[in-house]
Ligand binder design. Structure first.
Ligand code: PMP
Length: 288
């Protein structure tokens, strides 16, 4: 059933069965192929743990509703399936866990849009090594995050990612690992693939969740862990210039967890004490 280029070991649950490889679930006449109604979420397994897997499973259902799809699975059912899928891999394997929904049929009552009754669900797990926290470089993108009036920014929707990808491509072409992306007002939103924090005078700061970007599950977890450990954390409007004057910068996101930013534009930064605390607290939480 597999097609396409070789992929890491992957299992997908679809329509009641686990299938290995990359099964052709979407065809040229599928709505999602043409008009892009799809949502997903991403969790991770590593070192035998799956931090916040329940939250990632619940969020994919909220994302589906936000783009007019009708979730076919309860949050707990997705969680149970994901736990089932883990058994297809080594206990300590580093995995990406991705539940997804898409629209299969066009809605005949709409000029465009997917028929919610045709919502399909698949859960894929695949081997994806964890990244060593060696640090990433970041540059400002000229592309911007849309507001909710422009795009379904309240969903983790596939359609948002080609915009993030152009920011990532621009950064790569300039010799950087990731891009800092502003919102339409010119305030910092996030990176192309993760949320962003800065530290100034011992205070951790991250852009307010203003609806233009995915205020991530890892971001919320890290804020909570830092606060409980006595480090002040502030959500506020932050400008590019604030980051240029930061003592520390780091990113949070499911895929790479807590990662130090060691170069911002031409400026080298050290992985600082607040970053190190955040990463250690996250690992302690994951293993608790
Ligand atoms: N922003 C974007 C654009 C992302 O793709 C991700 C990764 N899912 C995040 C932020 C971080 O979100 P989370 O911590 O929920 O994974």
């Amino acid at each position: 059933m597999a097609h396409g280029t070789p992929i890491p070991k992957t299992w997908t649950w679809y329509d009641g069965a686990w299938i290995e490889g990359n099964p052709p679930l979407i065809g040229p006449r599928s709505h999602a192929f043409w008009l892009g109604t799809s949502v997903f979420d991403g969790a991770r397994a590593f070192e035998g743990v799956t931090p916040d897997l329940d939250r990632h499973c619940a969020r994919v259902n909220r994302s589906a509703e936000a783009v007019g799809l009708a979730p076919t699975m309860r949050d707990e059912e997705i969680l149970e399936l994901a736990r089932d899928g883990l058994k297809l891999f080594d206990r300590d394997a580093a995995l990406y866990i991705r539940p997804s929904y898409w629209g299969e049929d066009d809605d005949p009552s709409l000029v465009i849009g997917a028929d919610p009754a045709s919502t399909r669900f698949a859960l894929s797990l695949w081997e994806a090594p964890m990244h060593e926290p060696t640090g990433i470089s970041v540059t400002l993108s000229r592309f911007r995050r849309p507001t909710i009036e422009c795009m379904p920014t309240n969903a983790k929707a596939g359609c948002l990612y080609p915009n993030n990808a152009r920011a990532a491509r621009e950064a790569r072409d300039r010799g950087f690992d990731n891009a800092m992306v502003l919102d339409l007002l010119g305030n910092v939103a996030e990176l192309a693939s993760a949320n962003v924090f800065m530290v100034k005078d011992g205070i951790a700061m991250t852009p307010s969740a203003n609806g233009t970007y995915l205020a991530g599950i890892t971001r919320a977890r890290v804020m909570d862990l830092l606060r409980k450990a006595g480090t002040p954390v502030v959500e506020k409007t932050l400008r590019y210039e604030d980051f240029l004057a930061a003592d520390e910068m780091f990113s949070t996101g499911n895929y790479t967890k807590v990662m130090p930013i060691t170069r911002f534009e031409t400026r080298a930064l050290e992985p600082g004490p607040v970053y190190r605390l955040a990463r250690r607290l996250y690992w302690d939480f994951a293993h608790a």
